[in-house]
Every structure is written in C-alpha cells, then in structure tokens.
Design a protein around this ligand. Structure first.
Ligand code: 3PG
Length: 394
C-alpha cells in the first residue's frame, strides 16, 4: 500500500483516521500513548502544507450523542502533543464540520467530533461514507488499532479518496511483520483477561500458530473449573467449561500446550491490600477468590519463557491494578524484559491493559515492540485479514 510519502498533500484537505480511543480519568486522557504516536503523522502532513482533519471514535456510544464520549479533551491533548492549536468541530459532519474545515489554512489541524455518534459509521453506510469523503481530498488511515473494524471511516473512505497508510499504521505493520511474520520457535503466547467467552476464537486460532498458550487472569479460573477444581468465589464462566475443555483438546492436537496456573493468591475481597494467601489450585477456599498467580506459577512461567524464542503477550496474569495482586504480572513481565534484553527472546505485546501492566512492571521499555492495538493486534496475530489494511492494499 501507499504511505504518506507517496501522497501530494500540499494545500489539500487530508482526512486522517486516527484511533484516539484513549483511557480517560477525570475528563482527561490518563494515557497519551495513542495520541503521541498519532501525532507524528499529523505533524508530517501539516509540515507539508496539508489541512489536517482528524477523525476518530471514542468509546462505544452506539450511534447516539453521549456527552461524556466527546473527543474535545482529546483534541486539547493532541494540541499539546503537537504544540499547535487543534480546532474542534462539534459534529463529525454537517455545518459545524464544514465551517471548521472552511476556516482552515494550509498547515492547520482540526479534529471532528466522535465519528461513532453517528450509527452509520459502524454500519459502514455508503451514504455516510460519501458525506465523510466530501470533507476531504485525500484519506490517510493511521488507525491500526481499529483496522479490524470495517467501518465507514476505517474502510469505506479508502475506496472513495486517494488513500495511504499513516506513519503509525506503517510502523505497526512493519514491526509486527518483522517480529512475527515468520516467528522463531518455540513461540509462547500469554493470553489473559477476565473472560474466556471473549477470547474463544483467539485461543482457537492461536493454538494453531504457537507452541504454548499461557493463560492468565480470570480466564484461568474457567479452565481450572473445567478441569474439576473448585474455584470458590473467583471470577469464572461455568457455562464455558465445555468450550474450555475443547480448546485444550484441540490445542493438543495442534501440538500446542495450554498452560494453567499451578498455584494462586486468594483473598476474600477484591480490594487493594486485602488479606491474602497462596494456595494450590486444589485448595481455593469456598469464600475466597483468586486474584493473582502464586510463586510456583511464576517460576513455571519464567522457566518456560527461558526456553522460548518468541513471545506475544495480551492480557495480565492477575488483578495487577491493585497491590499486592500485581506480583505475578510484574514477575512475568520482568522475566520477559530480561530475556529480551539478553537477546534470547523476541517479545511483542499489545492491548491497553497489557501496555499499562508492562509499564507498571517497569518492563515496557525492554520489550521488542509494543503495539497500540488490542483487538486488532490479536486478529493480526491470528492471521486474519484486517479490513482497514485490506482497503489500503486494494
Ligand atoms: C481499541 O481500543 O481496541 C480500538 O479503539 C477499537 O475499539 P472497539 O473495540 O470499540 O472497536
């Protein structure tokens, strides 16, 4: 596909689809990674005399105007990242968008309101895509982390305007392709998160590609339950037990081992500093819940990673956001970072939670590559075609 280097942008209205779906706290972005990494493309285009019009979604407003999901605070943070003003249109289309764009001079930057306030975005509605396309002369897709969605602003626009990949999109595809295109074996995947039900397909597809899947987080409880262990008050999807057993059996037939915790840290409540103890997987008390993996599991994970050449990581091991239940995630992240630094492991991670967990462990800087994407990262690793990328290639 083309990159922004192939585009003639001077004096043109360039619609840049970024993914500025960032975590918010107290009305401000609490992590600006996606903003900072999108800023490069915007700076480049503005410096070349483009009128840069930023399009993004935020949250899942389901086609309604949800005031808490406005992109205005993100526009302010983007202005800070760029060191220049970012005009803000209070609607994605219509008079407000047209007026803001009409007032732009070459090199100016503007942001349009949350594109998902319009239900037609997620429906990939052709008329809506035409309306968006009319706002620009050229289209740049920099939203790798939304490329798994076939939406008007992520896919349809590429068929309506001269299109290219932005710097972040390019960097993500080059880094992931370089690291994982033909990965060195053995390959380990760490897959964590609360629910098995949301990762069923991912686990099934990954098990065809990797040598082991190390299960972390609440998901692990469902697998333990499926293996006949009593999980007490732990997060567990009991109705997924059959599915979990099937995943393990299928994975084995592909030569992939599903690795489960050997011991757990349990507490009576989900709270920072809650009284806790280490128990074996057969000894979870009925009135307690698993919040982290124990020392035997940590040792097992460390030993396994030491035998691997490639690691893909999505999802924490425990409730890393509340101490002391961050120990398992911290230890595993630090082990991966150490091995990467020593040159024996190539490590790639993705997903908002994961990136926060690795940063919390002080391990993020030593990973080979950290993607800004969560869902799209997993789908790329599974080998799925991402509609946003496919549209750029056509
Ligand atoms: C993400 O955060 O993974 C992307 O912004 C996509 O968001 P979505 O899952 O709501 O489509």
């Amino acid at each position: 596909f083309k990159t922004i280097d192939d585009l003639d942008v001077a004096g043109k209205r360039v619609l840049v689809r970024a993914d500025l779906n960032v975590p918010m706290a107290d009305g401000k972005p609490s992590d600006t990674t996606r903003i900072d990494r999108s800023a490069q493309t915007i700076k480049d285009l503005a410096a070349r005399g483009a009128k840069v019009i930023i399009l993004s979604h935020f949250g899942r407003p389901k086609g309604k105007v949800v005031p808490e999901m406005t992109l205005k605070p993100v526009a302010d943070a983007m202005a800070q990242a760029l060191g220049c003003p970012v005009a803000f249109a209070t609607d994605t289309i219509g008079d407000s968008a047209k007026a803001v764009i009409a007032a732009m001079k070459d090199g100016d930057v503007a942001m349009l309101e949350n594109v998902r306030f319009h239900g037609e975005e997620e429906k990939n509605d052709p008329a809506f895509a035409d309306t968006l396309a009319a706002l620009g002369d050229v289209y740049v897709n920099d939203a790798f982390s939304t490329a798994h969605r076939a939406h008007a602003s992520t896919e349809a626009l590429a068929y309506r305007l001269p299109a290219a990949a932005g710097r972040l999109m390019q960097a993500e595809l080059e880094a992931l392709g370089g690291a994982l295109g033909t990965p060195q074996k053995p390959v380990a995947a760490v897959v964590g998160g609360a629910k098995v039900s949301t990762k069923m397909e991912v686990l099934g597809n990954l098990s065809k590609k990797v040598d082991m899947i190390i299960i972390g987080g609440g998901m692990a409880n469902t697998f333990l339950f499926a293996n006949g262990h009593d999980v007490g008050k732990s997060l567990c999807e009991k109705d997924m037990a059959d599915a979990a057993r099937k995943i393990v059996a299928e994975a084995a037939s592909f030569g992939c081992e599903i690795v489960l915790p050997l011991d757990l840290v349990v507490a009576a409540e989900f709270a920072a500093g809650a009284a806790n103890k280490v128990v074996g997987i057969d000894a979870i008390p009925a009135d307690m819940m698993a919040l982290d993996v124990g020392p035997a599991t940590i040792k097992d994970v460390e030993d396994r990673l030491a035998t691997c050449k490639t690691l893909v990581w999505n999802g924490p091991f425990g409730a890393f956001e509340i101490e002391p239940f961050d120990k398992g995630t911290n230890a595993a992240a630090q082990a991966a970072a150490r091995l990467t630094k020593a040159g024996t492991l190539l490590s790639v991670a993705g997903g908002g939670d994961t990136v926060a967990a690795l940063a919390h462990a002080g391990a993020a800087d030593d990973f080979t590559y950290i993607s800004t994407a969560g869902g799209a990262f997993l789908e790329w690793i599974e080998g799925k075609t991402l509609p946003g990328v496919a549209a750029l290639e056509k």
